[in-house]
Design a protein around this ligand. Structure first.
Ligand code: BDR
Ligand code: CA
Length: 317
């Protein structure tokens, strides 16, 4: 089985990505680490437990990570994901926070990678604060990973949070910089523009949510709030549009768990702008080789969308 660690800020598309992995027979999730992002850290932990409960998988350990970025204050994306991060449909039977591990996220991810050197793929669908802290605490941590899959950053300086920065990078630019510069393992990136180019059409989403399962009913409930943002003027509104829905975090997950999903990558050194007035948090792609960086990332370019639809469909079966 493919061994995974997943780092989330459990909003609606994180939930979808998690459910995709949980439904995949050949995937073993060794731990889920939580971080600030779409909502508060406490809500992220609660939401993650709710997803696990819906899938009958509460045995998977959930860890509490960073509640704030390295610098500055947390952003949140409540306008898109709901104030609680999962569409504001409370569940009185939700598992309590006592289910969260006593061990912290950074210690947990370092321990798990050390127990399985070279075997664990880390999928990060959130601000990269936990990952940045992990490499500062144990500089050998990234070398122990098989690969890192990130949803975040942008390829055409198109932002969804600031003018030039995608949410996960904008929410902790310094952490994104540390990760893109200090993770020598293979790094795969599903950028904002890539996800917007590969939306799921609404007729697919309709059939997807209409499946007669508890998982589909859960998803239909938590997804309502985001679907209503289609014509709003708010940031991230392009995740839902007339042309369909981009389940951003699910593309990074699909790349991690299914070798036939990605058809083509751009192979290029990447970094993050930290000083620009308008561009703080923007991912930069060094196609000219001016950074003279040996380590190149793999930027998802073309993918098999039929394969993606099958993975998404199976997630709610
Ligand atoms: C990213 O930001 C979050 O709102 C989503 O969960 C996704 O990880 C898209 O920019
Ligand atoms: Ca996310």
């Amino acid at each position: 089985a493919k061994k995974l660690l997943v780092d989330v800020d459990c909003g609606v598309d994180d939930a979808q990505a998690l459910m995709m992995a949980l439904a995949s027979p050949d995937v073993e999730i060794l731990g889920i680490t939580c971080v600030h992002g779409n909502t508060t850290l406490e809500n992220v932990c609660k939401n993650t437990l709710r997803v696990l409960k819906t899938c009958g998988r509460l045995e998977i350990p959930v860890f509490r990570g960073a509640s704030k970025p390295i610098l500055g204050v947390s952003k949140d994306a409540g306008f898109f994901h709901g104030a609680d991060g999962l569409g504001d449909v409370p569940d009185s039977n939700a598992p309590g926070l006592e289910m969260v591990q006593k061990e912290g996220a950074v210690a947990g991810m370092i321990r798990i990678a050390t127990e399985h050197p070279g075997e664990v793929s880390l999928v990060a669908t959130a601000p990269l604060t936990n990952l940045a802290l992990a490499v500062r605490i144990d500089p050998t941590f990234p070398q122990k990973l098989k690969a890192l899959y990130i949803m975040g950053g942008n390829t055409e300086s198109r932002g969804n949070t600031t003018m030039c920065a995608e949410f996960n990078f904008a929410a902790d630019p310094e952490a994104a910089y540390i990760v893109l510069n200090d993770y020598p393992c293979p790094v795969y990136i599903a950028s904002w523009e890539f996800t917007c180019r590969n939306k799921l059409p609404w007729n697919f989403c309709h059939d997807w949510l209409a499946q007669d399962t508890e998982k589909a009913r859960f998803m239909a409930r938590i997804f309502q709030h985001s679907m209503k943002q289609a014509n709003s003027e708010r940031c991230q509104k392009e995740m839902v549009g007339d042309d369909g829905f981009a389940s951003c975090d699910s593309y990074a997950m699909a790349a991690a768990i299914d070798d036939s999903f990605v058809i083509e990558y751009d192979t290029v050194a990447v970094s993050v702008e930290l000083t620009g007035k308008y561009t703080h948090g923007m991912m930069i792609l060094d196609f000219l080789g001016l950074l003279e960086k040996k380590h190149k990332a793999f930027i998802l370019k073309t993918v098999d969308m039929e394969r993606f639809k099958t993975l998404m469909m199976n997630a709610l079966k």
